[in-house]
Design a protein around this ligand. Structure first.
Ligand SMILES: C[S@@+](CC[C@H](N)C(=O)[O-])C[C@H]1O[C@@H](n2cnc3c(N)ncnc32)[C@H](O)[C@@H]1O
Length: 286
């Protein structure tokens, strides 16, 4: 996958100081459903995505994965052909519509979108319905770790063929370890982690790039308390005003015996800022 230059004609609006949860998500729904051509975009995922992009380019920034990084993940979906894919963090449904359609096209059965904010989850469901993807996509409201545990215990989720991590940055590693412990992530699973350059995720990159021996040694030392200090305050507190202080189980050990092959694919945020997606394949267990 070669890195392409950013096309400035597709640039989203600048990211403001307050860039989400200020009513823009509902404004987006009115923008999309208020279009004179809304019946032409119904059941057409590409046109729904184009309408979302148009809002973000002409009205207000949206924290979507965007076209460039999205392509890296859809190419991986075409290769891996997951029957079951999970995303952590759905926001207004951009990645859900883009990847849900790719999973369906690859013959997959289910795309789970785990979103903590109930208002955002309602926006996702509305746009997924418009895109005609309701049979493949299931939106689950709640914190990702509780949702993963519940879906596993009910038997609704038995294996994750592919996972897109794009929620609270410090939770990437703790949620991956939870999925390993529940044997949802096993050899054959593929992970795509967004924002590993902007804002960055050193603990996650360290984990998926470690050898089994390194992971076993670090698990034997036990986890540190609180959010890893390598995250900037802005990232650690991104959802604090709405959710309060996040509680992560840093003592979780995961399955250090899983062997990962991991690589960074460079790309751009939809407002042109350089970023990258870490693609990680679980290739064995030792
Ligand atoms: C960057 S946005 C996701 C963007 C989306 N994947 C896309 O590309 O279209 C991050 C989302 O994660 C959600 N979120 C944050 N912490 C979460 C958690 N612990 N569990 C589930 N969702 C969470 C936020 O509410 C927000 O909607």
């Amino acid at each position: 996958m070669a890195e392409k230059a950013f096309d400035p004609t597709k640039k989203y609006q600048e990211q403001e100081e307050v860039f989400f949860d200020d009513g823009r998500e509902i404004e987006l729904l009115h923008f999309v459903y208020g279009r004179s051509d809304v019946e032409e975009i119904r059941n057409n995922p590409s046109k729904v995505l184009a309408a979302i992009d148009e809002f973000a380019r002409t009205k207000k920034y949206l924290m979507n994965v965007g076209e460039d990084k999205g392509r890296i993940v859809t190419e991986t979906i075409h290769e891996r052909k997951p029957q079951v894919m999970v995303e952590l963090g759905g926001y207004i449904g951009y990645s859900c519509v883009l990847f849900g359609e790719a999973v369906r096209a690859a013959g997959g059965k289910k795309y789970w979108s785990l979103e903590r904010n109930p208002e955002f989850a309602a926006v996702i469901s509305s746009l997924v319905d418009l895109a005609g993807l309701s049979e493949v996509v299931k939106v689950v409201v709640g914190p990702s770790d509780a949702s993963i545990r519940r879906l596993h215990s009910t038997g609704d989720l038995q294996h994750i063929d592919m996972m897109f991590l794009d929620h609270y940055k410090p939770a990437y590693t703790t949620d991956l370890k939870l999925c390993e412990e529940l044997q949802l992530v096993t050899p054959g699973s593929v992970l795509a982690a967004d924002n590993v350059i902007k804002p960055g995720n050193p603990p996650y990159l360290e984990y998926v790039r470690s050898t089994c021996e390194e992971k076993r040694q670090s698990a034997s030392k036990g986890g540190a308390d609180g959010v890893d200090t390598r995250f900037a305050d802005r990232t650690a507190n991104q959802y604090k005003s709405r959710q309060g202080q996040e509680k992560l189980d840093e003592s979780r050990q995961g399955n250090p015996n899983l062997v990962y092959e991991s690589k960074l694919v460079h790309s751009f945020e939809p407002n042109g800022v350089p970023d990258g997606v870490e693609i990680t394949r679980c290739v064995g267990e030792e």
